[in-house]
Ligand binder design. Structure first.
Ligand SMILES: N[C@@H](CCC(=O)N[C@@H](CS)C(=O)NCC(=O)O)C(=O)O
Length: 221
């Protein structure tokens, strides 16, 4: 399989973490795509993913799967042993809900802030910016962090009592916050403690250097 991505991006990080957690690295060939050069907006790339975003998984039969959640669900099902997306109906429901919530309330909000209220990927790629909308989304992300802080005050992981796709999504969000030097609110101590713990996982620690061959130069986000 090929993973079209960029090593440092927060959304690609989600799939890279899933690949490492599932020990699937030997099956993956990484294909670097430069966001700053706008390679994700070319007709050739849009034919792979209509949304013009990374990552995209290309299967051996030529099928393209985009969207981190969809890619993670595919990878998790490959060995018939779902560990990241839940086994029971209850686990599946909770993990999907909390992952979606981490996307809606934190990760995607930070992404809008990045594209609208900062220089983003540069003038060649950011053809429309609305800073007011961007700052509103930053504030939404900060509110979302408080929400997840409350969750993590009472349980060790985001959705259930084990590490799951919902944790990966929130990790992606905090990686994005780090890249933009957007600090976690100081009162979000449970969230910070959880993130410190997550950063110790080899899948999170090694996500940038896991490419074969090592991907360079690094391309933000
Ligand atoms: N909903 C998508 C979002 C993917 C996404 O926004 N990826 C970033 C890479 S970190 C991207 O391609 N940004 C480029 C852009 O939006 O122009 C997913 O879950 O895969």
């Amino acid at each position: 399989m090929k993973l079209h991505d960029t090593p440092i991006g927060p959304y690609p990080a989600r799939v890279r973490i899933a690949i490492a957690e599932k020990n699937l690295l030997p099956l993956i060939q990484f294909v670097p795509v430069s966001l700053r050069k706008g390679e994700h907006k070319t007709p050739e790339f849009l034919a792979k993913n209509y949304s013009g975003t990374l990552p995209v998984l290309e299967l051996e039969d030529g099928t393209f799967i985009a969207e981190c959640t969809a890619i993670t669900e595919y990878l998790d099902a490959l060995d018939g042993l779902p560990t990241l997306t839940g086994k029971t109906p209850r686990e599946k429901g909770l993990i999907h809900m909390m992952s979606k919530r981490a996307e809606l309330e934190v990760l995607d909000a930070i992404s809008v802030y990045f594209h609208h209220a900062t220089p983003g990927l540069g003038p060649a790629v950011e053809i429309y910016q609305n800073p007011e909308w961007g700052f509103k989304q930053r504030d939404k992300a900060l509110r979302g962090m408080h929400y997840f802080n409350g969750i993590l005050e009472t349980q060790p992981f985001v959705a259930t009592d084990f590490f799951s796709m919902a944790d990966i999504t929130l990790i992606g969000a905090l990686i994005f916050a780090d890249l933009l030097s957007l600090p976690l609110p100081p009162e979000c101590q449970a969230l910070q403690a959880w993130y410190n713990r997550m950063q110790q996982r080899p899948s999170v620690k090694n996500r940038i250097t896991m490419s074969h061959p090592p991907a360079a130069p690094l391309d933000t986000p």
